[in-house]
Write a new protein. Sequence first.
Length: 266
Amino acid sequence: MSQENLIRINKYLSGAGYCSRRKADQLIEEGKVTINGSVPEMGAKISEGDEVRVLGELISPKEKLVYIAFHKPVGIVCTTDTRVEKDNIIDYINYPSRIFPIGRLDKPSEGLILLTNDGDIVNKILRSRNNHGKEYLVKVNRPVTEAFIERMSNGIPILDTVTKKCEVEKIGSHEFKLILTQGLNRQIRRMCEYLNYEVVQLKRVRVLNIPLDVAVGEYRDLTEKELEELSQIVSTSTKTEDDSSKTSEQDAPKKYIRSAKNRRKN
């Protein structure tokens, strides 16, 4: 096979829907990947017919790319490690093929999370410098003041950095809407804590052009129009490691909505 038809092993694993390229590099470095029975060097390439395994599991190219929008309930953890966390998102959805979440939404929070088997798009969406907005509705334990809105909008010092400026709008006496373009660990909760506020309820209602429009615990496939728009949004994004997110239910395309609960394992 010509050199131009060879593919890097990390890209192969990502394209097969096994994991992101970053995770693939980690698995290769740890010696958990084999090509035709041998442990490859970082950056190794494969050709058609080569046998790729991860921890002994044969990895084959995926047949179809999957993109779904899921309304994560409170209490579900966004991890693919089903051995460690019993309340994990993978077992909850019980999708018939391997998928993984794009980013995270912490256990006490609910709302929209996208899942896919397309490793390339994961890195594009998560990279904060691409300025991709995620919209949240937040309820706190104290009245929302103009001073609070101004401080939240202009950056809060947390995790040895200062958060990026963001859009914040008061929508109730104890509620506000916020649009983030970065994804620091527990960012909104930490920002509020810095200002002596406690988050009572946090709900993500939009990721990029995808709205939260299904009931809690349900998911749907992204529509062709949404995928086209998403492709345009991330077309200039850099394929690099991740940093690690309003419409009514009636507005959702009904033929795409499925109940995750009905698919759960007994």
